[in-house]
Write a protein that binds this ligand. Structure first.
Ligand code: NAP
Length: 254
């Protein structure tokens, strides 16, 4: 049982992992032995991430593509499968945030939020799952959010998308579990990254967050590594359709 969490021989693709939560999960998964494929929309950012991980001794590749472009996704996944090797685990992590009051929210930004946070999960999962079904094994981990369950001022499209990712997780679980593919989600609370930098810098928000969260602080991205390793490893082989909240207790408190 000592190798229950061992990730040697696992090849893991993480979308939007040039920085932030995706990058830190890549770093942690590599430390458990996984071979990593970094995806980002920015070639420069992906390349920098690859160089840093290689310096730390990781086996890592870069796959630059836009997760919202159906043709680019299919092409990229086929290229990875043919040129690098089978994808054992997919993390759907790429995401964006846009903030406006509901009555002012521009429709273009609604479309951007829905396509990056929600449609990409459908597109990338479908392209990868076709290969996983043929092999009869695989794991997919969708990065959800507190907003998969809770609304909040000025980010209604993000909450709509993350709520949909929760249900994509459950729907994909129902269809794919019989092929020995485990589909689960990680729902982070509030973590310090580029996406949340404006909130981190806002003392009023940080004071509110510390009162609202039982653990009374921001999360550090490193604190997501345990959940990522668990859901990538054989330790989770009978865990299906689960959302693992890593949120300092925020979801269970009023
Ligand atoms: P981040 O630091 O902004 O990283 C997200 C990465 O995804 C960025 O490098 C971004 O590139 C990339 N990306 C955006 N659109 C893309 C596209 N179309 N194709 C490929 N890559 C794309 O964000 P993060 O905070 O690490 O968030 C990662 C995930 O965790 C997201 O799904 C987010 O919703 C979720 N999450 C975050 C928190 C938190 O507190 N930070 C909490 C709950 C959930 P650009 O910067 O160039 O757009």
């Amino acid at each position: 049982m000592s190798d229950l969490f061992d990730l040697h021989k696992k090849r893991i693709l993480i979308t939007g992992s040039g920085q932030g939560i995706g990058y830190v999960m890549a770093q942690g998964l590599a430390q458990y032995g996984a071979e990593i494929i970094i995806n980002d929309i920015s070639a420069e950012r992906a390349e920098q991430a690859v160089m840093k991980l290689r310096d730390e001794g990781a086996v890592v590749h870069s796959a630059v593509f836009n997760v919202t472009d159906p043709n680019a996704v299919t092409q990229a996944i086929d290229n990875i499968e043919n040129d690098i090797g089978p994808i054992d685990v997919l993390f759907n992590n790429a995401g964006i945030q846009r903030r406006h009051p509901f009555t002012e929210f521009p429709v273009q930004e609604w479309n951007d939020v829905i396509s990056v946070n929600q449609t990409s999960v459908f597109l990338v999962s479908q392209a990868v799952a076709r290969h996983m079904v043929a092999r009869g094994k695989g794991k997919i981990v969708n990065i959800c959010s507190m907003q998969s369950e809770l609304g909040r001022d000025t980010i209604t499209p993000y909450a709509a998308a993350k709520g949909a990712v929760k249900m994509l997780t459950r729907g994909m679980c129902v269809e794919l579990a019989r092929h020995n593919i485990q589909v689960n989600g990680i729902a982070p609370g509030y973590f310090k990254t580029a996406m949340t930098q404006a909130l981190v810098d806002d003392k009023e928000f940080t004071d509110w967050l510390c009162k609202r969260t039982p653990a009374a602080r921001w999360g550090n991205p490193e604190e997501l590594i345990g959940a990522a390793v668990f859901l990538s490893s054989q330790a989770s082989n009978f865990v299906n359709g689960h959302l693992l909240f890593v949120d300092g207790g925020m979801l269970v408190a009023v």
